[in-house]
Write a protein that binds this ligand. Structure first.
Ligand code: BGP
Length: 465
């Protein structure tokens, strides 16, 4: 039997987001964001046509939900403030009901011994700003910094862990390259500008936070997808893998942690004449000088890459012009989400951060397994026996533990997610929670087997097997 014990004060908890949990129409005075808008305009993009108005109702039920979080061993929990709830038009007046709501959420978490980690942006651009271009418009950067400053002022006395963005690259990929977020475009020039403005907005929010001398830390949450070449001894495969890494990981990781951009990427953008106009000397300096205090790592899947084989020239320039994907023979899959499960990837990320990013203090801010049709695992008491989820967490934690033994500064593990929640275009297709939510019974919550197990894990600060 082996025991895996984690460092003292390890963060055990889960992550969620405002737009995926709160409920759109229940909040007094909430403005519209791109999800609310898109769903009304084109509901066919959403699984079973279920939209962001059908969430797990955290807005009404947060007190019960926090009690359940405590019951399953959370000492930390991350959610996001919805910009469109706090400042309904994106700029201008603050919604007093939102202030009351977020104050109550923060205070309830703290009163239950759960440290709130607050993220400022989880894919949820206020629609009035999107109409003017969203992240394409440099004025959105100013609006975001003003919104961030409002949050620090309102809640910074109690919130000690802030995050500027969750997975900023997903807005780029989803909205401007691969069409799974509004505005659903394919436009590399727009993708680059949007990404740059997010990076700049993050750096400027960090600058604001540090200038305010708050008692806390600020970071960013990135989804890292370690890139593996088909054949590490083949220079073309290796090069393809380095470029995929530059496009999808280092594009945000390097500026966030080091204040620089990957040279490979800069060269490609220069060649394509796609260096964004906003990359002025002044903005480059802001990004260089305002790096994160800590880093959240979301890890779901690796990226398997080989040298470009297909010759069809694309109409638009795309990252995929520089590599092809390949399928690892015998790979382990989450068949519901179509994502490869490769537990060692989490270790590789942490070791990479240790070796190449000055061992930045970090934590696993999301990891999880979305499963379709979980009701079939319900026992006679109505509890979902999700042994697969327990195995999934253990398999990843063994590697996190190994990384710690080897000097990684990883500080915690957050699962996606606490309660089953609404998930962007996939709606309720895949369930991720430690706690099930029955939408046919007013969102009735039932702790799954994994939730009970997580409590033991957190109490023991580790596990044996
Ligand atoms: C992450 C997001 C979450 C969440 C999760 C699961 O990328 O930060 O918001 O949705 O993925 O993915 P999905 O819901 O698409 O299955």
């Amino acid at each position: 039997m082996q025991t895996y014990t984690f460092p003292d004060h390890f963060w055990w908890g889960s992550a969620a987001s405002g737009p995926q949990t709160e409920g759109r129409f229940d909040g007094d005075g909430k403005g519209e964001n791109i999800w609310d808008y898109w769903y009304q305009k084109e509901p066919e993009h959403f699984f079973n046509r279920v939209g962001p108005d059908k969430t797990s109702q955290f807005y009404k039920m947060f007190k019960d939900d926090v009690r359940l979080m405590k019951e399953i061993g959370h000492n930390t929990f991350r959610t996001s403030i919805q910009w469109s709830r706090l400042i309904p038009n994106g700029t201008g007046a603050v919604n007093p009901d939102a202030v009351r709501f977020y104050n109550e959420v923060i205070d309830t978490l703290i009163a239950n011994g759960i440290e709130p980690f607050i993220n400022l942006y989880h894919f949820d651009m206020p629609y009035p700003l999107q109409e003017k271009g969203g992240w394409l418009d440099p004025a959105t950067v100013d609006a975001y910094v003003a919104y961030a400053a409002t949050c620090f002022e309102l809640f910074g006395d109690r919130v000690k862990k802030w995050f500027t963005f969750n997975e900023p690259i997903v807005c780029v990929e989803g909205g401007y390259l691969y069409q799974f977020h509004y505005p659903n475009e394919v436009n590399m020039a727009h993708a680059v500008t949007v990404g740059y403005h997010e990076i700049l907005a993050s750096a400027r929010a960090i600058q604001k936070y540090h200038a305010g001398n708050y008692d806390g830390e600020i970071g960013i949450i990135l989804n890292l997808t370690p890139s593996y070449p088909r054949d590490a001894s083949n220079p073309d495969d290796k090069k393809a893998s380095v470029l995929a890494d530059a496009f999808f990981n280092r594009s945000f990781l390097d500026p966030a942690v080091k204040g620089t951009f990957p040279i490979e990427l800069v060269e490609i953008l220069k060649e394509l004449d796609l260096v964004p106009e906003s990359a002025t000397e002044e903005n480059v300096a802001i990004i260089a000088e305002n790096t994160v205090d800590l880093l959240g790592v979301n890890y779901y899947q690796p990226r398997r890459v080989k040298a470009k084989e297909s010759e069809e020239g694309s109409v638009h320039p795309m990252p995929d012009d520089y590599f092809d994907y390949y399928i690892l023979p015998g790979r382990k899959m989450n068949p519901y989400r179509g994502w490869e499960i490769y537990e060692k990837g989490i270790y590789d990320i942490l070791i990479n951060l240790r070796d190449n990013y000055d061992n930045i203090r970090c934590f696993i801010s999301e990891n999880g397994m979305g499963v379709e049709g979980e009701e079939r695992f319900k026992n006679a008491d109505g509890v979902i026996e999700d042994d697969y989820r327990i195995a999934f967490v253990k398999d990843h934690l063994r590697y996190v533990h190994q990384a710690i033994q080897e000097g990684s500064a990883v500080q915690g593990y957050h699962m996606w997610t606490c309660m089953d929640n609404w998930s962007w275009t996939n709606a309720y297709k895949n369930r991720y929670g430690f706690i099930s939510v029955d939408l046919d019974q007013d969102g009735k919550r039932t702790i799954k087997k994994s939730g009970r197990w997580f409590k033991q894990l957190a109490d023991a600060n580790g596990f044996s097997d």
